[in-house]
Write a protein that binds this ligand. Structure first.
Ligand code: 6PG
Length: 253
């Protein structure tokens, strides 16, 4: 049963990044203590980059149980990892090149294959990792998502048939900015996570944040992220929350 999302509003992008890093490290500690590993999937774009940079610094870097942490990507642009458009390349520059983490636990999406092949390869890699039986979906401990002003999330774009995918875990798509071939996790994967956190900053997102949180059945991709059993949290800065009802505009703990 989908429960109402939690809303945390932070004063600015720096406070947002700190709060996101805190969620990341806290979830890692809880999950590794409880079941010996932490599985997280991160999105691309600019918003998560500040969180990644914060995770590379104290006290977060030494507070992380990296040996038992497995990092996956929600989506990726089919460009070389060295391209400025690469989600893995950005996270590697901001975080993984700065900490000593076994590369064997960092799982970038393959962008050196034709998109359909890359999607099938990552799909198979996930099924092998989660040892999932036929028909089930993986239960990531934590998935970070962003949102575009058009309401897209991951690389699931409004009006595309990819929103109706119910079997595959990873698919090849085209769209977004940059408009390039992409790989993306599908909605069922996102909705089977134990926790999903939308990270949103900036006044240019205020309208879409209000639209999605009004939850009026617009059918936008971000509005269709409704975890089946997991926890959904919207972690936004005050600019992105600026069109929400006044009583919600406070710097939540
Ligand atoms: C991508 C992202 C995408 C992103 C949103 C928000 O690869 O483009 O996964 O879904 O999260 O477009 O991007 P910003 O954080 O740059 O606003």
């Amino acid at each position: 049963m989908f429960s109402k999302p939690g809303l945390i509003i932070k004063s600015d992008p720096a406070a947002l990044a700190l709060a996101a890093a805190d969620i990341f490290v806290s979830a890692a500690g809880e999950c590794t203590a409880r079941h010996g590993r932490f599985t997280v999937a991160v999105s691309g774009g600019s918003t998560p980059r500040q969180m990644h940079r914060v995770l590379a610094q104290e006290p977060f870097s030494s507070g992380m149980d990296w040996p038992n942490t497995h990092v996956f990507w929600v989506d990726e642009r089919c460009v070389p990892y060295g391209s400025p458009a690469s989600n893995y390349g950005a996270a590697s520059e901001d975080l993984f090149q700065k900490i000593s983490v076994a590369t064997g636990r960092i799982y970038p999406m393959p962008t050196d294959l034709p998109p359909e092949g890359g999607a099938a390869t990552y799909d198979a890699q996930l099924r092998s990792f989660f040892r999932s039986s036929q028909g089930a979906f993986p239960a990531f401990d934590l998935i970070f998502l962003g949102i575009g002003p058009d309401g897209h999330t991951a690389s699931l774009f409004p009006g595309q048939p990819t929103l109706e995918e119910r079997d595959r875990w990873v698919i090849a798509v085209r769209g977004g900015n940059p408009d390039v071939p992409r790989l993306t996790m599908t909605l069922p994967v996102l909705n089977h996570a134990r926790r999903v956190v939308f990270l949103v900053a900036g006044r240019e997102k205020a309208a879409v944040v209000k639209t999605v949180l009004d939850n009026d059945g617009t059918g936008l991709p971000a509005e269709r992220v409704r975890p089946v059993e997991g926890i959904l949290t919207w972690l936004v800065d005050q600019d992105a929350a600026s069109l929400l009802p006044k009583e919600t505009l406070h710097d939540a703990p």
